[in-house]
Each structure stands twice: as structure tokens, then as C-alpha cells.
Ligand binder design. Sequence first.
Ligand code: ATP
Ligand code: MG
Length: 276
Amino acid sequence: MNARTQGVSKADNLLEVRDLRVSFGAHEAVRGIGFEVARGETLALVGESGCGKSATALSLMRLVPSPGRVSGSVRFDGRDLLDLSASEIRAVRGQQISMIFQEPMTSLNPVLSIGAQIVETLRQHENLSKTAAWKRAVELLDLVRIPEPQRRVFDYPHELSGGQRQRVMIAMAVACRPRLLIADEPTTALDVTIQARILELLDGLKRELSMSLLLITHDLGVVAQHADRVAVMLAGRVVEQAATVQLFARPEHAYTRGLLGASLNLVDDLHYRGWK
Ligand SMILES: Nc1ncnc2c1ncn2[C@@H]1O[C@H](COP(=O)(O)OP(=O)(O)OP(=O)(O)O)[C@@H](O)[C@H]1O
Ligand SMILES: [Mg+2]
């Protein structure tokens, strides 16, 4: 088995994915991939649009929409998530693994205050009184650096900026202290300065809550700054995975070299325009 394309089994792996396949009718979106995420580690999943990153993320949570079919194995802390019953996987979602979705604007309920939504998430998974849950909601907003959380907790989604809404999504995702957070392009819709702040926030939360992070992005700058390891996907396959430094220094696959080359050109362009 090739470690660069199929991954390596280790005792400190929190998540081990093997031969994962996702198909929609005759179309195979994910074609037998393997990778792992160690405890406390950030793994970046990169690759072009349509290569199967979101399908992979959704399959880990068992959220691939019908008619999608998933096979292979997804071992999380020793259990295969693909074998769990519907009620067992519901208990894993939110509490053990949670996800920040690619389209944050559509994931918040416009007619409920952000506090009410956080409280609902908390009370779904934990046996908390209403008062205790509202108190936690304020603490969580503070954790994701929403200013004046005691007041903002009563705001509705439309009263927040895009960056603040994304912070609320993150607060909801980490509300039950998951062991693995999956962030699917968490900052794509945001401008560059807010993007940087959200990613720093995720790094900080990861340390504070001892989480592992699966970070889906197409931005190699983000990978360089935030990921311990990288898996590169191309047309439903992982073509290469390695420690970030190693992958940037010695990319083995032509596609990875192309990706890195393209972003080096970008840096050259910026130099040329006198931006750096
Ligand atoms: N619900 C669905 N029904 C049918 N095909 C789907 C569905 N979801 C995804 N696909 C197909 O699976 C493939 C992988 O899609 P996926 O959303 O995983 O891409 P991605 O790597 O996340 O791309 P992007 O970077 O644009 O988000 C695509 O060809 C897509 O058309
Ligand atoms: Mg996607």
C-alpha cells in the first residue's frame, strides 16, 4: 500500500478512512480514498472544484443526500461510523464530530435569535436547564469573539455581519466540544482580513478544546499556515498526502506540482505588481 495515496495506520489516529467511495447513480464522486487525522492534528483536504471534497466530508457525518451511496470504512476512535445505526450516528454528530458547512448563510434559521439556536443545539445533546444553556450560549459567543455577547445573544442572523454569522456557526459547531471539527471552506465567502481572523480563531479553539480539524480549502496559503498535513484530491482520488512542509518542499504528483506552481506564479505576480 502506498502511504502517499492510501494513508498510514497509527495508534494516535482519531479518524481513519479507508477505501471510501461515494456515488450518485453511475457517477462516482469519491473513488476509494484513504486518509487519517491524528488527535489534535489539522489535516487539509485540497483539490479543484468538483473533485469530491464536500462529498467526502458529508460521508464522514453520514449526511450524503439521497440518491448518494457510500461504502468503505470510516473508523472514528475505533468504531466504524458507516456501521452505526441511525440513532448511534445522531449521537456522534454534534457531540463527537461536527461540521461547519460550505454555505453558512443557509444554515442559520432567520426567524430565531442566534442565542435560541445555540440553546437548541446545546439542549439537543446535553442535559442542561434553559438558564444554564443561555449562559453557555453567551460564553460561546464570547469564545468566538463576538463583542458584547450578553446583548448580541438576542440578535437575529440578519443583524450580524457575514463574518459574525460565520463565528456563530463555529460557536454552534463547537458547542458540545466535539473531538473532530470538519470545516468545509469555512472562509470562502468572507473577505481576506476576516478570513485570517476566522482561521486564527479555529486554531485557537483547536488548542483550547483539544480538537482535531479537517480543513477543506482550495487556498494553498491557508494550508501552508494552518495545516499539519495535507491530502490532495483529484477527480475523486487522493493523489498524494504528506506533512505540509514535506509536500511543499517535495511534491511527488504532477497535479500537486501544478497546484504549487500556480500559487508560486501568483506570488511572482504580486511581486511584479509591487504588492509585496
Ligand atoms: N447531491 C448530489 N447529487 C448528484 N451529484 C452530486 C451531489 N453532490 C455532489 N455531486 C457530484 O459529486 C462530485 C463532487 O462534488 P463535491 O461537492 O464533493 O465537490 P467539491 O470538491 O466539494 O467541490 P467545490 O470545491 O466546488 O465545493 C461533483 O461531480 C458533483 O456534481
Ligand atoms: Mg465543496
